[in-house]
Design a protein around this ligand. Structure first.
Ligand code: FAD
Ligand code: NAI
Length: 325
């Protein structure tokens, strides 16, 4: 097959996975992302208290293809196993909840992984694509929010959350319709940092009552440094109910819920950050793998096409790359 020029919108794990698979087959790949960095929801924020994982917290690997890829990342030192002392909090209170599941993180932060995976690829950051146009020769051109144009491309691959894909799929109504069916829930993340470490044994907790879903201790992850920071994430129902809440209210409510779980009076934090993820998690992820309109040269992937997790994002990108070629 001749070498194709392929434009990929979205440099989260799905877009990066597709890009690497296509580049390894000698196609010319150009990635675009509206954010300044890469990694999408697998994101970390540089703060005075350290580089904190505000989005995805860890990943698991169940599919043999993803396990093989993970082994490469581990060998290269781009990811490492995380073995937290795990707890569960529900109406009965806080209990240790150890298990056999192996969990992994990017090092020295979640985005460390996407940075490494992008090496050697052409990546345009800070470019929000607002339109896709197909010319008379069936070649694609991209337009950004400042009316700059990019292209031509033989194929376009969208690797963005479902609601963002819908807005770009006017030329492929059947794909737009499929993406529009996917319901996506928000999530609020609070990061609290303390000058003195909190006297708590727990590293991470699955929360099953109240507004929270998850708590983790930054310093329990491999190769993390800085202050004693805690990542506190709301559950989807609470976030949906408080999607447009004042961040001060979110901070206060989630801090209160955290104090209740750890049953400890909290000192004043040295730093506190709130972030809202509007398109955090697919309420009911599909098992499509990827979507394709081969007659148009248009392809769609993302975690919402498969499992709603990091592993699914990676595999969805691979599947989209396979459909392209
Ligand atoms: P994304 O990472 O969302 O990437 C899409 C990219 O497209 C983004 O970088 C975005 O900026 C870009 N983009 C969108 N529109 C445009 C446009 N018009 N132009 C240019 N660029 C655009 N998964 C796990 O497995 N384990 C976890 O512990 C976990 N925890 C999570 C916690 C939170 C708070 C959140 C939000 C998610 C979590 N997830 C977790 C889910 C995981 O982050 C996702 O499954 C995975 O990162 C999705 O990758 P993706 O490439 O499909 O999408
Ligand atoms: P996993 O196997 O560790 O967890 C899957 C689910 O099993 C957990 O959500 C939890 O409910 C339960 N669980 C696992 N181990 C447990 C234990 N020891 N004690 C009590 N409950 C336990 O990881 P997997 O399957 O890779 O899932 C990824 C994680 O990412 C999940 O926790 C999921 O909630 C989270 N996620 C969060 C999003 C958000 O928006 N906050 C979006 C997408 C995923």
């Amino acid at each position: 097959m001749k070498s194709l020029r392929i434009g990929i919108i979205g440099a989260g794990l799905a877009g990066i996975s597709a890009a690497r698979a296509l580049a390894s087959r000698a196609h010319t790949v150009t990635l675009f992302d509206k954010s300044r960095g890469s990694g999408g929801r697998m994101s970390s924020k540089r703060t005075e208290a350290g580089e904190l994982d505000m989005g995805a917290q860890y990943f698991t690997a169940r599919d043999p293809r993803f396990r093989r890829e993970l082994q490469r990342w581990l060998d290269a030192g781009w990811a490492a196993e995380w073995t937290p002392s795990l707890y569960r909090y529900d109406e009965q209170g806080l209990t240790a909840s150890p298990d056999e599941q192996r969990r992994y993180v990017g090092v020295p932060r979640m985005t460390g992984l996407s940075r490494q995976l992008l090496e050697g690829l052409t990546f345009n950051s800070g470019v929000r694509i607002t339109d896709l146009q197909r010319d008379d020769e069936a070649l694609w051109h991209l337009q950004d929010e400042h009316d700059r144009r990019y292209g031509p491309f033989d194929r376009i691959l969208l690797a963005v959350p479902a609601p963002q894909a819908v807005t770009l799929l006017h030329d492929a109504p059947s794909l737009a319709q499929a993406a529009a069916q996917v319901r996506v829930a928000p999530c609020w993340t609070l990061a609290l940092s303390f000058a003195e470490p909190l006297a708590i044994d727990m590293d991470a907790c699955f929360v099953r009552t109240g507004p929270l879903d998850w708590i983790s201790r930054h310093l329990s992850k491999p190769q993390r440094f800085g202050a004693d920071s805690w990542i506190i994430q709301s559950n989807a129902a609470w976030a949906a109910q408080h999607e447009n809440a004042d961040p001060a209210f979110v901070r206060e409510t989630l801090t209160g819920a955290f104090a209740e779980v750890v049953d400890t009076p909290l000192p004043a934090p040295s730093q506190s950050l709130v972030h809202r993820w509007l398109y955090a998690r697919s309420v009911s992820p599909c098992d499509w793998g990827a979507l394709a309109a081969p007659d148009l040269g248009l392809y769609v992937c993302g975690d919402w096409c498969l499992s709603g997790r990091i592993e699914g994002a990676w595999l969805s990108g691979l599947q989209a790359a396979d459909s392209v070629v």
